[in-house]
Design a protein around this ligand. Structure first.
Ligand code: FES
Length: 528
């Protein structure tokens, strides 16, 4: 393994050099016809489409706009969502599989129309998308997927060569897809929304909803938004509304790097279907073509040392393309539903005031735009050809039930295993910037020592439903393997469904930690 030096930017390429406006937090009670929660592609597009209908719309974002999943994407705009169409035909039938493809394609075309209409300089480039297999087993899967393309009239074809130094058993092309710069694009759509009279409030976290004559959305700052309808686009729904979403989705983390390659970069967007998966696309950066490489997915809280995943991507990039310069690295969290089709529609069957859009797997660009279109139709009382397929209250016993059971067995195992796991027992031996599960006065606890030498000790019991969180060393967070909640090293909530911080364990640093001020050289050695 090579020596890995520090990356220049531990942030997404998309967040650099884009003069995003900032918006004030909401400081007093207010009202609107529709409140949209979440400032990513789904929230911004929904707010824009609803404002176009003449409604008074406000958008609340807990952090900054486009700083969540939409800011951490690989930004492929495509209907080629990995291996999906063969599976959709099998489980939903040909008609529904075709609707899925049509819906994604419509979303892609809409985005393209807006790019042209508003002259958005977002590096939009039309390219074909490719799946590729490096094993004979993978090639067989691509054959089945291609059969599905033919049944559904999806333009494409198979081949067996890649334009970079990797041997492929088979490739499967989908024609006329696209890639872009998501922050530049969404900045323009957000500005259109404001131009239409929409209001945006950043640093305004929606924490609860009371369903009265009107909906009352309580924010973390104490102000209340009164509205007729609410659209939850906050990735994991901040309000469950008895929809039990935590038991119907699972969270995965994945990793991305951007590098300036030594060898020429290929046109097209690529995704391997064998493990370990690799996603490849190009982007413009400082007048150069750079490579964006993603992969290394694992269930949240169940990965190995997370810095390993970046190193694996870097090794792949070095071998396949050569690395002239390392530029950016970032990670993302994605939610997958039980049947892989997003949940878009009323939060529960009978609720016609609260709508939800979530579970896009790794395909948020077309799914987010599609969700905005479908929810706008719901709010305006219009029917859509696509509503039935995506509505969250759909129920298919196969495969949902099987997956539901296996997902929840997984959850049950973590609830139990986390409690009895044998853990390390010397939090005082932690280096600065290091975290781990420890035993603290006989209890399982999470400890992290910050750069000032201060030790933070937390109860590792997730405040959602009681699973045990695990340390994420690359991002200095505590991640829950059950439903994907994430907490900062100080216990505060970074991602739901949990809405309460981890319990802090009060410790007296001076009295209890004789080694806390020792530097690394003086640190006692752990016994094996
Ligand atoms: Fe559900 Fe942690 S996210 S128990």
């Amino acid at each position: 393994m090579t020596q890995f030096e520090q990356w220049t930017q531990p942030e997404p390429l998309w967040r650099e050099d884009t003069s995003l406006s900032s918006y004030e937090p909401l400081k007093e009670d207010t009202s609107a016809e529709v409140a949209v929660i979440g400032g990513g592609i789904t929230g911004i597009t929904t707010a824009y489409l609803l404002a176009k209908t003449g409604r008074k719309v406000i958008l609340l974002e807990a952090d900054r706009l486009i700083n969540g999943t939409s800011g951490h994407t690989t930004a492929k705009v495509t209907a080629q969502h990995g291996l999906i169409y063969h599976e959709l035909i099998k489980h939903f039938g040909e008609e529904s599989a075709s609707l899925y493809y049509q819906a994604q394609t419509k979303a892609l075309q809409t985005m393209k129309e807006w790019v042209d209409k508003y002259n958005i300089a977002c590096d939009w480039a039309e390219e074909d998308a490719f799946l590729f297999a490096t094993t004979s087993k993978g090639a067989l899967k691509l054959d089945k997927e291609y059969e599905a393309y033919q049944k559904l009239d999806i333009p494409g074809g198979t081949g067996n060569e890649l334009p970079f130094s990797m041997d492929a058993e088979k490739t499967l092309r989908m024609r006329n897809q696209a890639r872009f710069h998501p922050v530049k694009y969404l900045k323009a759509i957000a500005e259109e929304f404001v131009r239409l009279g929409g209001e945006i409030y950043e640093q305004t976290k929606a924490v609860d909803v009371t369903e009265k004559d009107r909906l009352e959305i309580k924010t973390g700052g104490g102000s209340v938004v009164s509205c007729e309808k609410m659209v939850s686009c906050s990735h994991f729904p901040f309000y469950d509304g008895k929809g039990l979403y935590f038991s119907r989705m699972y969270a995965e983390r994945s990793y991305v790097i951007a590098v300036e390659p030594e060898r020429e970069v290929p046109e097209g967007m690529y995704l391997s279907i064998d493990e370990p998966k690799r996603s490849i696309r190009t982007a413009e950066y400082n007048g150069k073509n750079v490579l964006i490489i993603g992969g290394e997915s694992h269930k949240t809280g169940q990965g190995i040392d997370t810095s390993f995943h970046y190193r694996a991507l870097e090794e792949f990039a070095a071998v396949t393309f050569g690395i002239r310069k390392k530029l950016f690295q970032w990670s993302a969290q994605d939610l997958t539903t039980l049947d892989k089709v997003p949940y878009i529609g009323p939060i529960t069957r009978k609720n016609d005031r609260i709508f939800i859009a979530t579970g896009f797997r790794k395909w948020g660009m077309t799914n987010g735009t599609l969700a905005a279109q479908l929810i706008t139709d719901y709010v305006c009382g219009e029917t859509s050809l696509f509503h039935e397929l995506f509505k969250p209250s759909r129920f298919k016993s196969d495969p949902s039930m099987k997956q539901f059971i296996s997902q929840n067995f997984d959850v049950a195992a973590h609830l139990v295993e986390g409690k009895v796991e044998l853990v390390e027992d010397k939090p005082n031996r932690l280096k600065k910037g290091e975290g781990m599960v420890v035993q603290w006065k006989g209890q399982r606890a999470g400890a992290f020592r910050d750069e000032e030498g201060q030790l933070h000790v937390l109860d590792t019991t997730c405040t959602h439903l009681g699973c045990e969180v695990e340390w994420n060393s690359a991002e200095h967070s505590w991640d829950c393997p059950c439903h994907g909640s994430r907490f900062s090293y100080d216990g505060s909530v970074m991602e739901g469904p949990a809405d309460q911080p981890l319990l802090r364990i009060a410790i007296d640093n001076h009295a209890e930690l004789p080694f806390q001020n020792l530097d690394d050289a003086d640190r006692p050695q752990d016994t094996p």
